[in-house]
Structure formats: structure tokens, C-alpha cells
Design a binder for this molecule. Structure first.
Ligand SMILES: [Zn+2]
Length: 140
């Protein structure tokens, strides 16, 4: 992102997101209900990229939508690793972590949308960095 934070429009003084509108609806639904469901009209690869942008991971996707989404996964090894993580979500401690993760996510979206500060772009960049870091460490 760097200097040219492309989400900040200087002239209109507002943030502009050139992101997938359908996936944005999924994210907003998650923001309201804490349940992430995927629209089956969209390729899972698009969804995955958008989720990363918004500071989410595919592990946030509800089980009912996981089958559709996972069809797009290319690497069986990755899928197996995710499967393990998914199973662990059943234990209560992991569930608590998930809730904590959601609160963090919600707080970030709130900051992003409500806080009248130009530092928001930087915060979102940090979020993306966190997600990437988590992903690479858990898969590798
Ligand atoms: Zn669903």
C-alpha cells in the first residue's frame, strides 16, 4: 500500500474500496450476525482474497457454506491442515478464541468506518499483515 494508499480519495476526503461488492455483503452480514456465509455464486478464490483484505480467514466461514467454498481449494495438503484447525474449533477454548477474534475484527471494522482519522488506512494494513502472518505460520 505505502504512500499511495489507494483507498483514500484526497479530493473527496473519503475512503474508497475497489473491492468485490458481493463479498463485501458477506462481510457486512458477518459484522451484524457474527456468522460468515458465502454466496455460492462466487468462486472460492475470489472469496478467499476478499476475506484476507477484510482481516478474516476462511476458518471464519460457517460449516454450512464450507463445502461449497472448499471445492475451490487446489491443494489437498492445505485443505487437510485447515480441516484439523476446523475440528479444533469444537473445543470450548478454541470457540472462545474465535469469539475474541470476532470482537477484534468488529472493533477494527468499527474503527475503520466510524473513526474520523486518516490513520485508518495504516490500521487496515496492519490487519492484513496479521492475517498473512497467521496463515503462513499455521500452514508452513
Ligand atoms: Zn452458510
Amino acid at each position: 500500500m505505502g504512500e499511495a494508499d489507494s483507498t483514500w480519495d484526497r479530493q473527496r476526503k473519503e475512503f474508497f474500496f475497489d473491492r468485490h461488492p458481493g463479498v463485501f455483503q458477506m462481510v457486512m452480514h458477518y459484522y451484524r450476525t457474527e456468522e460468515l456465509h458465502t454466496d455460492q455464486n462466487f468462486c472460492g478464490n475470489i472469496i478467499q482474497g476478499e476475506l484476507i483484505f477484510w482481516g478474516l480467514t476462511e476458518l471464519d466461514i460457517e460449516p454450512c457454506c464450507w463445502g461449497h467454498y472448499s471445492k475451490y481449494k487446489e491443494h489437498k495438503e492445505t485443505l487437510a491442515a485447515l480441516d484439523d484447525n476446523f475440528t479444533q474449533q469444537n473445543d470450548e477454548e478454541a470457540w472462545q478464541e474465535k469469539l475474541t477474534g470476532f470482537k477484534r475484527f468488529k472493533h477494527r471494522v468499527w474503527q475503520f468506518m466510524e473513526e474520523p482519522s486518516m490513520s485508518r488506512g495504516a490500521k487496515v494494513s496492519d490487519t492484513i499483515g496479521d492475517v498473512m502472518g497467521v496463515q503462513s505460520s499455521s500452514v508452513g
